[in-house]
Design a protein around this ligand. Structure first.
Ligand code: SF4
Ligand code: SF4
Length: 302
């Protein structure tokens, strides 16, 4: 079940308690227990790995392309399609299901998921959802999280005897690591949401967001081979690190987007003073020009 799909149903199930929803209308704590086991012996094995709406997070893409030994460009071309995400309309990559093979995921075989240890976060959370994104919808800098069970009728994994707590399940699935890696990116989505649905991102901002979210090689070239370092101050130790390390580069990218798209401050990447001064001068000039134009228009009407 994809992130978007789950998101759409959380309110219905948790807030309205709608019957028939696979999301159980119960908030779970970290020590809440449930029974579940997904393994080759279960009668529905691999049946759910089709027609899924899986939005890939930047960390998903880094893990998957490394696992497959591909460049980001090739990974994106072979396995994804671009999409504008929900009401935020920010550009993201979606895992492309194989339409002419009954909508199966390109990584599923009769033996299971071929990239199991590097599968995307959506696949790894099931059947425990984390509702932090939904709750922090009105971006406040604070996050309220809770868990919930997603129990699909066709899933026979719930009939198995293996008992988990939410915590032991999340440990088994590396969920804390994935949450940590995705947190700053999710925060960018929340920032965008907080600007209001009607505010469309400018094209250049969309391009930057998509590059940082999906393509580390392109972002690395952008940092080291464009005028980026003439514009921003970045610590040299950090620069050496992001030259080699995709995860460090991805995290740096989130800070950069915060500054470049949302005008926030960051200790990691700062606009150079002279560039900042020139930008401020440009804004003042533009505002003065606009004021003069409005004054002229007002005079003309009299
Ligand atoms: S990535 Fe793996 S677990 Fe996720 S849908 Fe595809 S085959 Fe299934
Ligand atoms: S339906 Fe449930 S038990 Fe069956 S393969 Fe999918 S997750 Fe596993």
């Amino acid at each position: 079940m994809g992130l978007k799909h789950i998101e759409e149903r959380i309110d219905k199930a948790l807030k309205k308690g709608k019957a028939g929803s696979p999301i159980q209308p119960v908030r779970l704590e970290r020590d809440s227990t449930f029974n579940f086991r997904c393994y080759p012996g279960v009668s529905c094995f691999t049946k759910c790995c089709r027609n899924m709406n899986i939005i890939l997070t930047p960390y998903d893409i880094v893990r998957m392309k490394h696992r497959l030994g591909l460049t980001s460009d090739l990974f994106l071309r072979l396995y994804t399609e671009p999409e504008l995400l929900g009401i935020t309309r920010v550009p993201v990559a979606r895992l492309k299901m194989l339409e002419d093979e009954g909508g199966r995921c390109p990584f599923v075989t009769k033996d299971g998921c071929q990239i199991y240890t590097d599968r995307p976060v959506c696949c790894r959370y099931y059947p425990i959802g984390l509702a932090s994104l939904r709750q922090a919808e009105k971006y406040s800098g604070e996050e309220e999280e809770f868990f919930f069970l997603v129990k699909e009728d066709h899933c026979k994994g719930f009939e198995e005897d293996t008992e988990w707590t939410v915590d032991s399940w999340r440990q088994d699935q590396e969920s804390d690591l994935y949450d940590r890696m995705n947190r700053d990116w999710m925060e960018l989505l929340l920032r965008k949401k907080s600007f209001g649905e009607e505010t469309e991102m400018p094209e250049r901002a969309k391009e930057l967001f998509f590059m940082v979210s999906t393509n580390m090689e392109r972002f690395r070239s952008f940092v080291f081979e464009s005028r980026f370092l003439d514009t921003y101050i970045v610590d040299s130790k950090l620069l050496r690190k992001i030259l080699e390390d995709d995860v460090a580069l991805m995290q740096f990218g989130f800070e950069y987007l915060k500054v470049a798209i949302f005008g926030a401050d960051s200790d990691m990447v700062k606009l150079r003073e002279d560039i900042l001064d020139a930008t401020v001068r440009k804004i003042i000039k533009r505002r003065k020009k606009r004021r003069r134009r409005l004054q002229r228009l007002a005079k003309g009407r009299k």
